[in-house]
Design a protein. Structure first.
Length: 267
């Protein structure tokens, strides 16, 4: 996979397809290749160039374990778009990646043709703030949760009840989560440090880029009303909601999510 020295770090990325540029920005603790299961094939089939990358904090990009800011991650994404030389780009972000995309629209609007904000949010609610603090303390205190318990908690927090009510699907997801989970790296811990931040709703009223904000109806980590707030704050932004989808909505309901993305990019 290609790597480039961008914004003072080594960034790993992959390019798929041939057409207008779409850059996908992943969330906390996950590699960019997650997009390659469902979103990348759909976008390539629709005639786009889909680019995925590992945010700083996720190997083989530099982990930057000493810490970094959301602005650093925004600058990374901007540098990648400039490096690819085919901007402005369509940008699709999820979770932390949505925050990065929102801030990119504000800081470097000339680089963003349109933005899709999956699980958009401009603030965190008190429950999720407490959950994020607890996750950081688990790492900082060297606590290791039993793998099956860790998988179960992640399934409950990230998946829709519509997924979990089917025993076989629930078992499959538990196996995937347990298999893919490993020890939290220092780079991921640095990403986790960005989870608590002051409201940015007021700032987002200055965004001029065309935006689609998407909420997942069963998302416990970023409830859909937070995505609706972002859409309401950004002038002219659209809002869409996906039913029977939790925080992993792009994996649980890929057909619906892909249709929303492609329809908005083509509109």
């Amino acid at each position: 996979m290609p790597t480039a020295e961008l914004n003072g770090i080594r960034l790993s990325y992959r390019v798929h397809g041939d057409g207008p540029l779409v850059v996908f920005v992943m969330g906390t603790g996950s590699p960019g290749r997650v997009w390659e299961m469902y979103q990348v094939p759909a976008l390539v089939k629709a005639g786009y160039t889909a680019v995925t990358f590992e945010n700083r904090g996720i190997a083989p990009s530099d982990e930057c374990a000493a810490g970094f800011t959301i602005d650093d991650m925004v600058d990374d994404t901007a540098a990648l778009i400039e490096h690819l030389g085919d901007g402005p780009a369509y940008v699709v972000g999820t979770s932390l990646g949505s925050r990065i995309t929102q801030e990119l629209c504000l800081a470097r609007p000339e680089l963003v043709k349109k933005a899709v904000l999956l699980t958009a949010h401009a603030r965190v609610d008190p429950v999720i703030k407490s959950l994020s603090q607890g996750e950081r303390e688990i790492y900082d205190n060297n606590v290791t949760l039993p793998p099956a318990y860790h998988a179960a908690v992640n399934a409950i927090m990230n998946l829709s009840p519509a997924t979990l009510r089917e025993d076989q699907r629930a078992q499959d997801w538990l196996a995937i989560i347990e298999y893919s989970s490993g020890a939290t790296s220092p780079g991921v811990r640095a990403q986790m440090g960005l989870a608590d931040f002051p409201s940015r709703l007021g700032a987002y009223r200055a965004i001029t880029v065309p935006v689609l904000a998407v909420g997942y109806l069963d998302d416990r980590l970023i409830p859909p009303h937070l995505a609706k707030e972002v859409a309401d704050a950004i002038p002219g932004a659209r809002y869409a909601e996906v039913a029977d989808a939790g925080h992993y909505g792009a994996l649980e309901r890929p057909e619906e999510v892909n249709e929303l993305i492609i329809d908005f990019l083509k509109s």
